[in-house]
Design a protein around this ligand. Structure first.
Ligand SMILES: Cc1cc2nc3c(=O)[nH]c(=O)nc-3n(C[C@H](O)[C@H](O)[C@H](O)COP(=O)(O)O)c2cc1C
Length: 205
């Protein structure tokens, strides 16, 4: 079993990557493989609603990551999409890719467990998270939750590691994805995941 984790940030080793790596590490500890794919810094097309994907079976624009992501999704059993929060929304390049991926090859996503993660400095992450999950909700995708909304705080690269509750939320998410995947693919009942002792954190010091 394998999970595709998409890093929607242009910062390959930024806070979104750190959040995803925490999920991935936990998946691995629970016997599930993972791959993080960053969307990078190259330009991406937006969907132009040409409908050519209906004939081609893939997006007409083949010079960016969209069709490569489709190949990765085809060989994955679940998907996690992480985004930095930009003006209370997922960043534009990620949205452009995801909209084209889901519109052109939605069958690859169907019925696969999914989760979104939003990373922010201070606010707007719940709206960004909601925006991401809208794509999963009309694709028959079981959505995986955690002990809190899938939000991690940080501004400068690396600060996410200091959000101890956010990191704990990522680990709980990883355990829940592994639990759900095993439950789907196993003939036997799978025990509920263990929880860590709650580590609450706020930002008034
Ligand atoms: C264009 C832009 C818009 C941003 N908008 C928000 C915002 O609305 N709310 C917020 O809390 N942080 C905002 N941020 C901060 C980022 O979400 C934050 O630095 C995050 O950790 C970046 O993740 P990354 O390191 O994975 O790129 C914004 C940053 C940029 C560059």
């Amino acid at each position: 079993m394998k999970v595709l984790l998409i890093n929607g940030s242009a910062r390959a080793n930024g806070n979104t990557h750190i959040a995803l790596e925490e999920v991935g590490k936990t998946l691995k500890e629970n016997g599930v493989d993972y791959e993080i794919v960053g969307i990078g810094t190259k330009p991406v097309h937006g969907c132009i609603a040409c409908g050519r994907c209906r004939e081609l079976g893939h997006c007409v624009f083949d010079d960016d990551l969209c069709n490569r992501l489709a190949e990765k999704l085809a060989e994955s059993d679940a998907i996690v999409v992480g985004t930095p929060t930009f003006y209370g929304q997922p960043n534009g390049a990620l949205l452009a890719l995801m909209q084209r991926l889901f519109y052109s090859q939605s069958h690859l996503a169907m019925h696969k467990p999914a989760a979104g993660i939003a990373v922010c400095r201070r606010g707007g992450a719940t709206a960004a998270l909601q925006s991401l999950t809208m794509m999963f909700q009309l694709q028959h995708m079981p959505m995986v939750t955690s002990q809190y909304w899938n939000i991690v705080y940080g501004r400068a690269e690396g600060e996410a590691t200091l959000d101890s509750e956010g990191m704990q939320t990522m680990r709980a998410l990883g355990r829940n994805i592994a639990f759900l995947l095993k439950s789907i693919h196993s003939q036997e009942p799978v025990p509920y995941p263990e929880s860590e002792e709650w580590e609450p954190m706020h930002f008034i010091r």
